[in-house]
Write a protein that binds this ligand. Structure first.
Ligand code: FEO
Length: 394
């Protein structure tokens, strides 16, 4: 379907209702879309980004419905194939078209799509292209989430085409975000899984977009925003250094001992006025855990010892937290063991990139006893003290 953004600007991309996984790890409970924006000027026509190649037919059909027999510029904001993958087919259909992008993106697309030098027009920060009454400004916004990513700004209509930046994996027929709770959640999942590791750089990129004072933000996944403050405010909150008075306990338990410790800790923290989120690592959705990581002050990884170390699911979680680089301030390790092992060393090694304080680990032998529960009380009190110290709890 074609979705009109404003006069002469259309989303001609594809909706992918069926897709459930991205990059073979990111879950898409709400499907996704690959938005491609057609801009028709008085003299020239540009297409901003394309679609996942397997959805090319939807893009082609939309262009044919609009009677587009010439595209002058294919603006490529990002080389990842869900946005660039249909460029080769489009160049075949519209042989006069040139791919407009920055030097780094050009090199990526030569590697990924086997495009040739002569297919490109290379632009840089501050360059513009006039389509006739529709002027495109190019703003370099690197690392949202690859090093070559950029934003195209349509000056007259004040529309920022930000590609993945501000996107949400949400299949919807809405042109603009309307179901704000749903889109907030999916945009937060998107931020947590894709953008969070680049939080510091996003601060600069966000400023560049704010300076343009856009009337519309049109990302390449999910609906566009006719109320840009909705998504700008959400990003301001997510990238701020502030955390909430929350603890995420991510646990795995084989025979129930670690689970008993977790249950006790939940109550001990809640009784101290801390909000607790509990995720069973075997059955929880990784995307939801990533969302929790956006705000929490403390993460507790709870695992039994097996194969002389932590349960592999706990190692996976530690690796993921390390890679996503949330603004977490404190990490705790706890669990039950039978006869020793290297649980703490292995988890610590997997958390090496996080600038966090590590609580003294709490490992107990077998099923927790009375004195073990007293240790969990102290563990909870340590977390509460830290939360008070950090000012996240009164
Ligand atoms: Fe939507 Fe980084 O691709």
């Amino acid at each position: 379907m074609i979705r009109k953004i404003t006069e002469g600007v259309y989303n001609v991309g594809a909706i992918d209702w069926e897709r459930t996984l991205f990059d073979e790890i990111v879950d898409l409970p709400q499907g996704t879309s690959y938005n491609a924006y057609l801009i028709i000027g008085k003299e020239k026509t540009a297409l901003i980004d394309t679609v996942e190649p397997e959805k090319y037919e939807q893009l082609e059909k939309n262009l044919e419905e609009l009677n587009i027999d010439r595209i002058d510029f294919i603006i490529s904001n990002h080389a990842e194939q869900d946005h660039s993958g249909s460029i080769p087919m489009l160049l075949e259909k519209y042989p006069e078209a040139k791919v407009v992008t920055n030097a780094k993106c050009k090199e990526f697309e030569k590697d990924l799509l086997h495009l040739r030098d002569e297919d490109f027009i290379v632009i840089k920060e501050g360059d513009t292209i006039d389509l006739g009454g529709k002027t495109l400004d190019f703003i370099m916004t690197p690392w949202v989430h690859w090093p070559e990513t950029m934003t195209t700004f349509l000056r007259e209509d004040r529309i920022a085409f930000t590609c993945d930046f501000f996107g949400s994996h949400a299949a919807t027929t809405h042109t603009f975000a309307e179901q704000y709770d749903r889109i907030y959640h999916e945009a937060k999942r998107y931020y947590a899984e894709i953008m969070m590791p680049f939080r510091q750089i996003i601060v600069r990129n966000l400023k560049k977009i704010e300076e343009k004072n856009p009337k519309i933000i049109a990302p390449s996944h999910g609906p566009a925003y006719s109320n840009p403050e909705f998504i700008l405010n959400a990003y301001r909150e997510w990238i701020s250094p502030d955390t909430k008075n929350e603890v995420l306990i991510a646990y795995v338990s084989m025979h129930g001992s670690t689970k008993k410790m977790v249950d006790y800790l939940v109550d001990a923290l809640a009784n101290r006025g801390i909000e607790v989120k509990v995720r069973d690592l075997i059955h929880s959705n990784l995307g939801e855990i990533a969302i929790d990581l956006v705000d929490v002050t403390t993460v507790v990884i709870a695992t039994p010892t097996m194969l002389a170390g932590p349960h592999p699911s706990a190692v996976y979680l530690a690796y993921l937290v390390n890679a996503l680089k949330p603004k977490v301030k404190l990490v705790g390790i706890m669990g039950s063991y039978g006869w020793g092992g290297r649980t703490v060393d292995i988890l610590k090694a997997n958390l090496g990139a996080l600038k966090v304080e590590l609580l003294d680990p709490l490992l107990i032998k077998g099923l927790p006893k009375k004195e073990d529960y007293e240790k969990i009380e102290l563990f909870a009190e340590k977390i509460a003290e830290k939360h008070r110290e950090l000012g996240v709890m009164k």
